[in-house]
Design a protein around this ligand. Structure first.
Ligand code: SAM
Ligand code: SF4
Length: 387
């Protein structure tokens, strides 16, 4: 469908994000929408709420094919295989989950959850993302994780028995961590990961326990050493950095995350879930659900729509760049118009300034940062803000 703005809405992929807002224990560094006191007996009510949420937000959007599904959290793996199966079956009936739709689920390597991996696969999950963080017990303890090194290794083995596509989340820049420690973690992950590693530098976020009582972190020089050595090691191990923190072997990139980074659309269901939808008129809206599980359940019971906010047209360039320039290879220039409906002449001035400063690639058909631009990504993106 061609909108008034010249946008072909049907050419914009539409994915589904499902949020699970509980964790066994809140990690002191984490500012994701996750809460303690999960009650297994209430999981069925939550699945009902998710399905009502989907029904309400999907409307006529079901006519656009479903691109990918991401079950994220929080800890979705607190839910039983039966619950996940009920959810995915209902999504399939309402929207249709095609054969090659990527269905990722985040899981915590606590042993109770690892036992469930087979049932998740049988329910239709085809990619598992494991929050390993580190293989060193002292770091796992300092990060407040509920699992130790052995449980992490066992969870990966259980995951490999059931899934061809696995991601391991690993963190670095941890308190007392040396470059050798960080490389040990990566070596374990490389040996065991099928094809994808998300390698995050620990950041101290507001509203976390680490914010009120910060651990002592490695200094800037040590952090730069860890970063350089880790990147070199991942590269020589056959992993390609396709995004700031995402590393993949060939063919193993996360399709769902690529849709965010290429400014695709997604519905967000569940407590605190965000969505982004391009309307037929060309307007781009962001949606958000209430963060607290009880407020979310009440809103769904009252049939309330999510909060909606239109992204003003003059903010679209920076919103697009905030995502697309995270990709190491950037994007084809035509994608800018295909996703925002805006003509690239509007950003030509700032683009040529950034090219002359050596921050953006000079390839005429690409929007991509140079290696220098990658180091100063936030500054580069900020230059696309409207005055
Ligand atoms: C939503 S969590 C999901 C996974 C699952 N709940 C778990 O922790 O096992 C996604 C990932 O973000 C990363 N992460 C969370 N907070 C972070 C922080 N403050 N700094 C760096 N990475 C962080 C962790 O690697 C985590 O596994
Ligand atoms: S890092 Fe994962 S397990 Fe820890 S609180 Fe955040 S979402 Fe929960």
């Amino acid at each position: 469908m061609n909108s008034g703005s010249g946008l072909d809405i049907d050419a914009i992929p539409l994915a589904l994000y499902v949020h699970f807002p509980w964790c066994e224990r809140k990690c002191p560094y984490c500012d994701f929408n996750s809460h303690e006191q999960f009650k297994p007996a209430e999981q069925s009510d939550y699945i009902d709420a998710l399905l009502n949420d989907l029904k309400q937000q999907l409307g006529s959007l079901y006519q656009r094919p479903l691109h990918s599904i991401f079950l994220g959290g929080g800890t979705p793996s607190l839910f039983s295989g039966d619950s996940i199966e009920r959810l995915l079956d209902a999504i399939d009936k309402r929207w249709g989950i095609g054969r090659d739709v990527e269905v990722t689920m985040e899981a915590n390597p606590g042993s109770a959850e690892a036992d469930r991996f087979r049932s998740y696969r049988n329910a239709g999950v085809n990619r598992l993302s494991l929050g390993i963080q580190s293989f060193a017990n002292r770091h796992l303890k300092a990060l407040g994780r509920i699992h130790d090194r052995d449980q992490a290794i066992r969870a990966i083995e259980a995951a490999r028995l059931n899934f061809d596509r696995i991601n391991l989340d690993i963190m670095h820049g941890l308190s007392g961590q040396t470059t050798a420690d960080a490389l040990d973690d990566l070596a374990m992950a490389v040996d065991r990961a099928e094809g994808h590693i998300s390698w995050y530098q620990l950041t101290i976020e507001r509203n976390t326990a680490f914010w009120s009582k910060p651990p002592s972190l490695p200094g800037d020089d040590s952090l730069a050493d860890i970063q350089d050595a880790g990147e070199a090691y991942l590269r020589q191990s056959g992993f390609d950095q396709y995004e700031v923190s995402a590393w993949a072997r060939p063919g193993q990139q996360s399709r769902h995350n690529l849709n965010y980074w290429t400014f695709g659309d997604y519905l967000g269901i569940g407590a605190g879930a965000h969505g982004k939808i391009t309307r037929p008129g060309g307007e781009v809206i962001r949606t958000q659900r209430s963060r607290l599980p009880k407020d979310y359940m009440a809103a769904i019971a009252d049939n309330k729509p999510p909060l909606q906010q239109v992204i003003p047209g003059d903010q679209l360039p920076v919103e697009f760049m905030l995502n697309a320039l995270r990709l190491r290879a950037g994007v084809n220039e035509q994608l800018y118009r295909a996703r925002t409906g805006l003509d690239a002449t509007g950003i030509a001035g700032i683009r040529s300034e950034l090219v002359s400063e050596g921050l953006l690639s000079d390839a005429p058909d690409r929007l991509a940062v140079t290696p220098l631009g990658f180091r100063f990504l936030n500054d580069v993106v900020a230059r696309f803000m409207s005055p």
